[in-house]
Design a protein around this ligand. Structure first.
Ligand SMILES: Nc1ncnc2c1ncn2[C@@H]1O[C@H](COP(=O)(O)OP(=O)(O)OP(=O)(O)O)[C@@H](O)[C@H]1O
Ligand SMILES: [Mg+2]
Length: 413
C-alpha cells in the first residue's frame, strides 16, 4: 500500500506522528505539499496498553495497541506506515545545563547551519549516566564573540560561536522500549520527541511562542508542561497527576466503581460547581448530586494547577509568560478547566487545539490529537524557515518571523 504520489509513508513529504499516551494512542498521517502546507490525511486512535505512568512496561501489549491505532490511520490515509515520530512521556526526564563552543573557521566568518549543528553537538557532549539517553538539546541562547541573547545565529559573522543549552535526558530503558515496541510491528522510530514539546509545537501560534507562553497538556496519568520563550521551548516538566486522578477521586469520595465514575465525569463533569444548581442530579434515574461531583472535580483541577504554578515558581518562569497559558490534552476538554487554570495561575488562558494544519477535522478540533500533530510539526518546523532546494520559501509566516527575529537580534546585541 502506498500513497497516491507513490511516496512510501514515513519518508520524504509524508510523516506519521505516533502519540503513545497512558490512556490513548493517537496517530496522524500528515502530508506536506509543495507550498509547505501541512495536511492531515489520516487519523487513528485506540486505547493504550502496557504502559505505567507513561512508560512502556509490557512491550507485547503496547505493540498490539500501537498496531491497532496505526492500522486505523493507514486505512484512512490509504498509506502503509514505514517509520514514525514517537512521543515519550515526560515522567522520567531531567534537564542539565550545558555550554558548547566552536570556532568559525572559514575566511568569511559567516555562521552556517553546520556551525550551529556543531555547537549543539559540542553542548551535547556532557557526562551522563549509562542508564540515561539524550532526548533533546534545547538552545536557550547563542553567543557570538561575547555578544549574547542571539536566537538564530545563521548568517551573522564572528569568530567564536557559543550556545547555552538545556540537555534533556530520559531513561534509556524507557526510550529503547519505544523503539523496540514499534519494531515488533515493523515500524522504525525516526525520532523520539517529548510529549510537552510536541504539544507546544501543535497548539501555540508563532506570536505566542515568541512572546512567551505556557502549554499545559493534561492527559490521563500526567500533566506535562512546556515553557516557550522567544520561539523555543526553554523548560519542560511532568506532574504525576492527570484526568485519571479526577476519576479516582470521584470513585473514592462517592464510593462508586471507577468505570462508572469515569462515565459520570465525561457526561456531567465540570470544574465550575458554582454554575451547577443545588438540586441537579447526574441523569434522570440517579440521585447523585451533580454539584458534589463538580466540587470533587474542581478540587483536583485546582490542585493540579497549583502544582503547575509551583513548578513555574521553582524554575522562575512565571513572570516571562505574557502570552499566557494554553491548556490541551484529553482532560482539558472538561468544562471549566481553562477557567480554573486562569484563576489559579493568574494568567490569561485558552483551550489549545492543533493550529497551522489542515485536513481531518477529528484531529484539528481536538485537544487529544495535539501531541500527535505536534510530533510531525516539530520535525518540519525547522525546514519551514530554510529555503527549499529551488530557493522558494514557505507561504506561512516563515519570512515574517525571520524579519522579526532579525530586528530582535539587532536590538538585543
Ligand atoms: N470530554 C472529556 N471530559 C473530561 N475528561 C475527558 C474527556 N475526554 C477525555 N477525558 C479525560 O482525558 C484523559 C485522557 O487524556 P489523553 O488522551 O490526553 O491522555 P493520554 O495522552 O493517553 O495520557 P498521558 O498524556 O497522561 O500519557 C482521561 O483521564 C479522560 O477521562
Ligand atoms: Mg498525552
Amino acid at each position: 500500500m502506498e500513497s497516491a504520489g507513490g511516496t512510501v509513508l514515513g519518508k520524504n513529504d509524508i510523516k506519521v506522528g505516533l502519540d503513545i499516551g497512558s490512556n490513548q494512542i493517537h496517530v496522524v498521517v500528515c502530508e506536506r505539499d509543495e507550498d509547505y502546507n501541512l495536511n492531515i490525511i489520516g487519523v487513528g486512535s485506540g486505547p493504550s496498553a502496557g504502559l505505567r505512568r507513561g512508560v512502556i512496561v509490557d512491550m507485547d501489549s503496547a505493540a498490539a495497541a500501537i498496531a491497532d491505532a496505526v492500522a486505523h490511520a493507514e486505512e484512512m490515509s490509504g498509506c502503509a506506515a514505514v517509520s514514525v515520530l514517537a512521543s515519550a512521556s515526560g515522567t522520567h526526564v531531567s534537564s542539565i545545563a550545558s555550554r558548547g563552543v566552536v570556532a568559525i573557521g572559514r575566511s568569511d566568518r559567516e555562521v552556517t547551519q553546520e556551525d550551529v549543528d556543531s555547537v549543539l553537538e559540542a553542548a551535547r557532549v556532557v557526562a551522563i549516566p549509562p542508564d540515561r539517553e539524550v532526548v533533546h538539546v534545547l538552545p536557550r541562547e547563542f553567543v557570538i564573540d561575547g555578544c549574547s541573547g542571539i536566537r538564530k545565529p545563521v548568517g551573522m559573522t564572528g569568530i567564536r560561536l557559543e550556545v547555552d543549552a538545556s540537555i534533556i535526558t530520559g531513561s534509556a530503558t524507557a526510550i529503547q522500549n519505544i523503539h523496540r515496541s514499534a519494531r515488533r510491528i515493523g515500524l522504525e522510530v525516526e525520532h523520539v520527541i517529548l510529549q510537552p514539546i510536541a504539544a507546544a509545537e501543535a497548539v501555540l501560534t508563532l506570536s505566542e511562542k515568541e512572546q512567551g507562553a505556557l502549554v499545559i497538556d493534561m492527559g490521563g496519568a500526567t500533566t506535562d508542561i512546556a515553557v516557550c520563550i522567544e520561539g523555543g521551548v526553554h523548560h519542560v516538566a511532568s506532574i504525576p497527576v492527570g484526568g485519571n486522578h479526577v476519576t479516582n477521586d470521584i470513585a473514592l469520595v462517592m464510593r462508586l466503581p471507577v468505570g462508572y465514575s469515569e462515565g459520570l465525569k465525561l457526561n456531567y463533569g465540570s470544574a465550575l460547581p458554582d454554575m451547577v444548581g443545588e438540586n441537579e442530579s447526574c441523569g434522570a434515574d440517579t440521585n447523585i448530586s451533580r454539584k458534589k461531583l463538580c466540587q470533587i472535580i474542581e478540587a483536583r483541577i485546582t490542585e493540579t494547577m497549583e502544582l503547575v504554578g509551583d513548578e513555574l515558581d521553582r524554575a522562575r518562569y512565571r513572570d516571562l509568560l505574557p502570552a499566557g497559558v494554553v491548556v490541551t490534552g484529553g482532560a482539558s476538554v472538561m468544562q471549566g478547566v481553562v477557567e480554573v487554570a486562569q484563576e489559579v495561575l493568574g494568567l490569561p488562558a485558552r483551550l489549545g487545539v492543533p493550529v497551522g494544519v489542515y485536513g481531518a477535522e477529528e484531529a484539528l478540533d481536538n485537544p487529544q490529537y495535539a501531541t500527535a500533530v505536534g510530533l510531525v510539526k516539530s520535525v518540519w518546523s525547522e525546514s519551514a524557515v530554510i529555503p527549499s532546494a529551488d530557493g522558494r520559501r514557505p507561504k506561512s509566516g516563515g519570512f515574517a518571523s525571520e524579519v522579526r527575529q532579525w530586528f530582535r537580534d539587532i536590538f538585543s546585541s
